[in-house]
Design a protein around this ligand. Structure first.
Ligand code: ATP
Length: 209
């Protein structure tokens, strides 16, 4: 079973890495692919170029078997839509291999407003990374999807290629890329919020200052 985790990763930090790694272990994934977006659809565009974000990701994941960078969104011009990414992955992996799309609890709250959510669930399972104290979603459309598709057994994800929704409790670290960029812009060091190898690339390239 393959997992994918998309984001801006501008830059990658421990708030991404630790929850993603916990899901990788808890679900027994063969591989977890981190996919940096090319053009954001609903948020500000990344400051760092795709190539530098890719280098930072590769540095962060170096030495950890099973966690890999996937550059397909950077290689596709225009806005990065999850549906296009899943279609491209299905073309590579075939129809039968279980595929899990990792999303944060905040993102899941708005899942019904994503581009073609039902189609996304035909292509992948949804694994919602939940922080311990998080409230349940309130959107009735999301609640209806949960009623129809939620499974509490992660083993069930291995038994179908797509279509289930599963919550996974993860350690929540209050780290954001925005705060890291702001601290660099103030001339302060964000050390210990992200891997040293990533910080080294930031210093070498003069990013975010
Ligand atoms: P920014 O501050 O620039 O918005 P970010 O770090 O919040 O960046 P992205 O790089 O776009 O966000 O994050 C990719 C995914 O990781 C998103 O789904 C987001 O919800 C999730 N994420 C980001 N930070 C954390 C965190 N501290 N804990 C858990 N999930 C996170």
């Amino acid at each position: 079973m393959i997992g994918i985790f998309g984001g801006t990763f501008d830059p990658i930090h421990f708030g991404h890495l630790r929850p993603a790694f916990e899901v990788y272990q808890a679900l027994g994934l063969d591989e977890l692919r981190l996919i940096p977006l090319n053009q954001a659809v609903h948020r500000a565009q990344p400051q760092a170029s795709g190539e530098v974000r890719l280098r930072m990701l590769a540095a962060a994941l170096a030495g950890q078997a099973g966690l890999v960078v996937d550059r397909r969104e950077l290689d596709r011009a225009g806005p990065s839509r999850t549906l296009d990414t899943l279609l491209s992955l299905r073309a590579e992996l075939g129809e039968q291999r279980p595929l899990c799309l990792l999303v944060g609890g905040d993102a899941f709250e708005h899942f019904a407003d994503w581009h073609q959510p039902e189609q996304i669930l035909r292509l992948a399972h949804l694994v919602v990374m939940r922080r311990p104290e998080a409230a349940a979603p309130s959107d009735p459309r999301v609640l209806a999807m949960l009623a129809e598709r939620q499974t509490t057994e992660s083993a069930a994800l291995h038994q179908a290629p797509a279509g289930a929704i599963c919550y996974q409790d993860v350690t929540q670290l209050a780290i954001s890329a925005t705060a890291i960029r702001a601290s660099l812009a103030r001339g302060q060091s964000p050390r210990y919020l992200l891997p040293d190898a990533v910080l080294e690339i930031i210093h070498l390239t003069g990013l975010y200052t």
